[in-house]
Structure formats: C-alpha cells, structure tokens
Ligand binder design. Sequence first.
Ligand code: DOR
Ligand code: ZN
Length: 350
Amino acid sequence: MSETRLTIRRPDDWHLHLRDGEMLKSVLPSTSANFRRAIIMPNLVPPVVTSQDAASYRERILAALPAGHDFTPLMTLYLTETTDADDLEQAFRSGLIAGVKLYPAGATTNSQSGVRDFDKVTGVLERMAEIGLPLLVHGEVTSADVDIFDREAVFIETVLDPIRRKFPELKVVMEHITTEEGVAYAKSGGDNLGATITTHHLIINRNDILVGGIKPHFYCLPVAKREKHRLALRAAATSGDATFFLGTDSAPHLDQNKLCECGCAGIFSSLNTMSCLAHVFEEEEALGKLEAFASLNGPAFYGMAPNEATIDLVKGSEKVSYPPSIPTPDGPVTLFNPGYDLLWKVENQL
Ligand code: DOR
Ligand code: ZN
C-alpha cells in the first residue's frame, strides 16, 4: 500500500463565511476541526458594521464552537460609506478585528450596503493606512456593462490601482483572485499587497460550471474563469511566493437556495479543503509548498505568528469518505465535490 505523510503547521483560513444562527452552528465545526484561525466575513443580514456588531458576532461564534476545538475567529467589519474611523481604530487596537472588508455595492451575496462612491471612504482608508489595518477587497466592478468574466480585471485597473496609488501605505488583500491579471497585479505589489486564493478556483474552470449541464454547486463569485486563469492560480499558490495564501471563501447556502431559478453564489468547502489542496499540490509536484500557502504566508502578511501545532496529511490508497452534504435544521448544504477521489486525509482532524 502506498502511503505518504506530510506534516505541516496547522493551517488558517484567511477568508471564510460562517453565517449566523443554526447555519453557524452547523458549519462551524467543519472549519474548527481543521483550522486554528479564520478571517470571518461580515456579510450577514444586516452586515457587521460596527465594533459592537463584531463583538457580539464573535461571542455567537465562540458559543457555537464544539468542546475541545481550539479556534480563534478573526473578525472583520463591513466598510460602508458611513463607517466611523474612530470605531474602526479602537476595534483594531483592542485586537477585536483583523481587517475591514470592501464590497463594491451589489457585487455579491448581501453586498447592498457596500461602497458606491469611493470618495466617501477616503478618511477611513487614510486612517487604516496609518494604523496598519488591512483592507480586504472583493475585487469586482458591478457595472451592468462589464461582462461578468471581465469584472476582476476591470476592477484592478479602475478601482484597486487608483486606491493603492492614493494610499501607498495601505495594506490590501485581494480576496479570492481568479485571473492571471489578478496574479500578476498581486505579484507586482510589494509587501503590503497580498492575495487569497480559494481551493475551488484551483480545481474548477468555467467549463466545469457549464458544460454538460449547469452545476449550481460550482457557482460562486467571482465566478470561475477559463482554464488559463486556473493554471495561473495554481502556479501562484504552489510557488511558495509569500504574496499568496489560502482563503477558502467557503460560503454555505442551503441546497434549496442554490438549486432554484436564481441560485445563490457560494461553494462550501471547509470540510474537505485540506484533502483537496494536498491533491492539487501533489499534482503540481509542490507538496513542499503547501505549508507556505496554508499555514505560513497568511500569518506573515497579517503580522501574526504561525500556529505551533501541526497536522499530518496522510495519503492512503483508499478514497477518504466525506459526506456529500452536511445537515442543518433547515436542510442540507452540499460539500464541494472536486470531481475525483480524495486520497489525502487529515489524520488529526478534531
Ligand atoms: O460565492 C460567493 N459567496 N462569493 C462571495 O463573494 C460571497 C459569498 C457568500 O456570502 O455567499
Ligand atoms: Zn467571500
């Protein structure tokens, strides 16, 4: 029997949706079993806008944590045109928040409160640059006249680059990049520019969504692009370059809200992400770079120490069995299916 073992520091997830209420209780264990920390997205309804909102959301997350799980939620605030810079600063200095999320209005799930007029957030961005609080950017323009497959590249040119020129000291994370333009821009940016890459964007391209029948469980935003972009993302993630780190963007929706006339964007992948990543990194002959991507580059960008604990990834000859979906009181949430057998297992998953 072939068996291969890889020991890496315990990973973190630098972009995660946990939701709230029953959904939070149902999905949190899939993350806390595998990750030590995660950056928690603030796009609840209503969004997490003030430090007060973030503090009480954090309490709800901690209350939902299974016994024995050692997990720290790193909170974020949702940037609006009325965000108070003093409140932000206080939340950052107290250690409550690790970033501020910029959603262009209308870009994705629950982004109605996002920013329409970037001039209105100049004061807040100045303050963030001053105090070293990272801006986490959903990098897609939302104008109806820009094709959905071009929205990331147009955002970089027309929104992100001008912001970075205006605030050269601002730490920015390009969240869930999906294009070769995203990779190239992130690389060119120096120490205060980072980029997260999801597990699923390393595995699927747009054909996987559309060829042979529409696959709602592969639909997310930013939408997966053509194959050359997937290859650029794989090269970036497996390069070891400190610019790139894991943000699963695991985004659970009830199946009934994905399998319908106007299905939600989001792929739930927390449970099997490490197995998928080991598979991808092995295919790229880069298993030695998995620790950098999943466990080292993220903390380094955020100025945090990497985790002390380690996990063992073990490759067996039997496929690892993951449930096709996880249950919630309101119905199932389908788990990301990479389309092939997963042989790598996290041995010490909690
Ligand atoms: O696919 C996505 N789902 N992309 C996002 O940006 C938001 C997320 C969600 O909250 O469901
Ligand atoms: Zn997201």
